[in-house]
Design a protein. Sequence first.
Length: 453
Amino acid sequence: MPPQLLWFRRDLRLSDHPALLAAIEGDGPVLPFFVIDPKLWDPAGPPRQAWLIRSLTALAQDCDGRLVIRYGDPVDVVPALAAELKADTVFATADCGPYGRTRDAAVADALTQIDVRLERIGTPYAVGPGTVLNGSGDPYKVFTPFSRAWREHGWPAPAASLKAVETVRWAKADSEKLPGEPDLGAMQLPPAGEAAALERWHEFLEDDVNDYAERRDQPGVDGTSGLSVHLKYGEVHPRTLLAGLARKRSGGTGVETFRGELCWREFYADVLWHKPASAREYLRSEFARMRYEPAGDRFEAWCQGRTGFPIVDAGMRQLQAEGWIHNRVRMIVASFLVKDLHVEWQHGARWFMRWLRDGDLASNQHGWQWVAGSGTDAAPYFRVFNPITQGLKFDPDGVYVRRYVAELSDLPGAAAHEPWKHPDGYAGGYPERMVDHAAERLDALARYQEIKK
DNA sequence: TTTTGAGTTGTTCGA
DNA sequence: GTCGAACAACTCAAA
């Protein structure tokens, strides 16, 4: 009996997995496989490469060691594997990103040549991108109306428990070895894989969601869910999370706030679905006409956390230390690059994608476009983050800054945000501010004026 | 078709 | 220190 092929991509779990359930329904055993595709592997930085290896290692164990690894262009590799095993169907969760859609169309074509079907079942989202439309049948371009329609549309219950699929008969085939882990230096990553994702989720749902609304915006506090990276690799599906939230009786505003964050993830995936080019180009095309500065030495100083603005430098150093930045600080550092240094958002977005372990194309690119003012719900032109007041407001005791900027570790309390006001502010060798924020803010506003119609 | 209300996350200035 | 107003004009969603 030939096996049913199950092609894992960004759905590295066994529970709540409709494509897996569909594969089980066939008569044969299930052969799980993953293709290391150089087009995705090469541009990923060390954190994402390491995470993928660890997550695949965990998945392989959950598949009784039968996960098959192959290398190369899926257009060649997948048909070759299907032919090798005489399979007639390849099951997969649909990929909604620009590259994935194009790749899957090409793979489906190649499979058709040898009489094999590619069955795309389910998506990485509670509501598939392209599903929520406004009264005119067009996609939403503003978050709030989208979120109302998204909630009204609703989503299915989780597909099946892990327990229900423990009886899967896994097929066997030759596998190549996983790549070696890249050098992470001192970087520590949280545990990867489905079991770790579910453990983190249950802990968050039990304890942390109650204070989520108040604590999520303070970078010095451990108040976020930490689930973004698990969602990125599909170690847990948002359906599972939404069902858990719905069962929570006394979650207060935290439940609602967290549901809103999941909705943002779906909204940006929807925007990217309708406008794949927005992964690279300005969603509002007039922004391409704005005056920008080349990404030279100043961009390099931003990347390495040497701008002289404490919370900006703390964020950029956290990125390389942990492969992650707190969401509030992502906005602050992004605003600084675009509006104080006048560098195009794409440069920052690329650096983020290289170093973020949770780097998700839709959320990352559209978060950047939002800050730049060129995206959906564009920030009003006058909304320029002040890195100093943001630091004082959201990290009032300077805990976050001192944690990541060693040169400021001896400054007490809020003084860490304003070393220029402290007699020993530069005793640790911290760099001077590279720009005058007030002047750059006015410059940014002037540049916006120039592209107005 | 026209109209109306609303739009994640801010900052600064002056009273 | 605290507070409210001003900061423009535009696009979008829905009635």
